[in-house]
Ligand binder design. Sequence first.
Ligand code: NAP
Ligand code: MG
Length: 468
Amino acid sequence: MDYKKLFIDGKWVNSSSDTFIEVTNPADNSFIAHVPSANINDLNFAISSADKAFATWSGLSLTDRLDYLDSLLHELTKFSQELTSVIVKELGCPVSFSYESQVISSIDEFSSLLDFAKKIDFEKRYDGYTLRREPFGIVACICPWNYPLYQLVLKVIPALICGNTVILKPASITPMSAFYFAEAVRLANLPKGVFNLITGSGSLIGKRMAEHEKIDMVSFTGSTAVGKDIIIHSASTVKKVSLELGGKSPCLVLENADYSLAVDTVLDSCFLNSGQTCSAFTRMYVPISSKEKILDLIRDRIDKYVSGNPLDPNFKLGSMSSLEQSKIVRSYVNSALSEGAKMITCKSNDFSLSDTFINPCVLFDVSDDMEIAKAEIFGPVLSVITYDDLEYAIKKCNDSPYGLSSCIFGDETEALSIAKKLKAGNVHINASPFITGAPFGGYKQSGLGREGGELGILEFTEVKAIFH
Ligand code: NAP
Ligand code: MG
């Protein structure tokens, strides 16, 4: 694989910029590759190629497009080992996690999107009119670094299903899996220009994508701060914007809950991918009377989650995605400790470890007004907060600018009635897992729109009513 090229107009091409982004392994700081730091000329080339391809691609029948995407899925699946290995290197995550939760789950998601597409009526007759779902045109997909392959699949595949053409910009620290995706596009013989890959800086390429009059939709996953920037930069062209942003998802434990189940579920969620998961449960509200019981369960279990060499199967967590990210996490935790929070961490009793390695930690005696209870930390850090009044705890769960996910543990009838009060795109009751195809996305500043399944596909369509 020649990582020094961009994929535009159906082939690997040189960037017209002479600059490159150095991609490194956060676990040992070793060099992985140089990828182009594309400039605006490269973006313009990708836009003209996506523009030329649009008429043909959108003019194909859905069945023909799905046939191409089936071939793409087949070619991508053949790269499973390569994808597993590059994601381990660029993200610093453990091999088994990379294989199962980054690669296989992306392939399953891809396959499920194709199945959903077959069941959607893109044209439906109503009384007096026909409703058509039509592609927007050119869709810019801008992805984050935490689930590099999964995020691109959730955007690029629905966009293509609906007949749009695509320009993908992966995160600069984890661009590698996008190269295998583009190579799979080439091997599957998708018509030229239908899919284009541009690597480059978000503040240059991403910003210009949002502004550009020829780009019809931006599908973005990343931080709330950049999401707001995208809204601002896309305003002059009033383009469609879909956003999957940050979270600070609460877990509400009722007095009558199965505490072991609650603790196991929340630790698994909070520490997954070293805490770098937008939907992670990071605030745990527990009845004050059960605080000690729940902290003891946490103490019993936390050693399962020690961080270490991503290539050593004994470790469930690898390194943080970058030195910058681990410094941010340390600083949040140190401030909370200085404000009086207490910490439970792994056997070694060493939270900081070194450089990019951080052991998971649980903070208790946390109050609602501490920064640790409010900010999205994006590291393996859980805040345990006690309550003695359930209505107050429900209010606190909602008292956040975010509203991505949430969970409730306790009597199912009671939990169901509380679920209706939570302002979050997803509510999980008693460890019920997320089901592929269900919509994912957030209330409030966690985003606009939904991804996955039928709703996630239809997000990439314009709606037309023809009266006849
Ligand atoms: P980020 O800094 O917002 O970057 C995301 C992407 O946007 C990257 O490709 C980045 O490019 C690009 N970008 C940066 N500045 C831009 C600008 N001004 N205009 C357009 N694009 C720009 O986010 P991140 O640090 O990669 O990811 C972490 C965040 O993503 C967390 O807040 C997390 O909650 C959120 N997230 C949300 C979901 C969800 O589904 N809701 C899923 C995963 C992550 P560069 O890499 O070149 O800077
Ligand atoms: Mg960033």
